[in-house]
Design a binder for this molecule. Structure first.
Ligand SMILES: [Zn+2]
Length: 239
């Protein structure tokens, strides 16, 4: 099965980039919590981790997933057919159920730094991923910052695939939707990688800004942050 899946990734590479030699590809199933997959390149080799919940997925849907992940890695336009065959399987009740069960089972054991005093970043990420991204954002490492920063509330480190959220927001005085909004913004940095044009870097492209407004509490969040900057600053100074 893994060999056949690996072949699908090779196929996807040559489909997107017929002129380039297909790099060595390693595919494994990984016990991610929920529905989650990752693809990365290290030393010219490609490592694909497919969420364990998909270990019974039919090859046709694996093909869809292969085109999605490779397309994202190469930053190419992903054919809509690929998304369709993959998401048809992901949306099925059996998969959803398995995903929740395994989340519950692992939730008890796993201790991560993403759990703050009030808010759990992993949980917020998973929830946003299914609400806004059809679970397609590969899960980064999510951590609360060591110090309470107030000017920068979130940061996405594309090189290491980290999202850091300011510990200032891990407080009962901060509404849940504000924390979601900051995490959502950082997730958009994964969905819209930095564009390079004439030697300039563009992080917040018009497409990024358009998607940002799709967040249900966009206005409320912006307003809350604007009104509470001073409060966050005072809390940071006391820290
Ligand atoms: Zn940003």
């Amino acid at each position: 099965m893994l060999d056949q899946i690996t072949d699908l990734y090779k196929e996807a590479f040559s489909w997107y980039d017929p002129k380039r030699a297909v790099p060595p590809i390693h595919v494994t199933f990984y016990p991610y919590i929920g529905i989650n997959h990752t693809i990365r390149i290290r030393d010219g080799q490609v490592f694909v981790r497919i969420g364990q919940v998909c270990d019974e997925m039919p090859l046709s849907s694996h093909k869809g997933l292969a085109y999605i992940l490779v397309g994202k890695l190469l930053r190419k336009r992903i054919p809509s057919g690929a998304r369709e065959v993959y998401s048809a399987y992901i949306r099925s009740d059996a998969v959803r159920l398995r995903a929740t069960e395994n989340k519950r089972a692992r939730g008890r054991k796993v201790i991560t730094t993403s759990k703050g005093l009030v808010y759990d970043l992993d949980q917020i990420f998973e929830d946003l991923n299914s609400r806004y991204f059809r679970d397609l954002i590969p899960k980064p490492a999510l951590t609360w910052s060591a110090r309470k920063t107030y000017r920068i509330l979130g940061h996405h480190d594309a090189t290491h695939g980290h999202i850091t959220i300011s510990r200032s927001l891990d407080s009962a005085e901060v509404p849940h939707y504000v924390v979601e909004y900051v995490v959502f913004h950082e997730m958009l940095h994964i969905a819209h990688p930095t564009k390079h044009l004439n030697g300039r870097r563009y992080n917040h492209t018009p497409a990024f800004r358009r998607d940002e407004k799709k967040f249900e509490y966009f206005e409320e969040s912006e307003r809350w942050i604007e009104r509470n900057v001073r409060k966050l600053k005072r809390a940071a100074k006391r820290d």
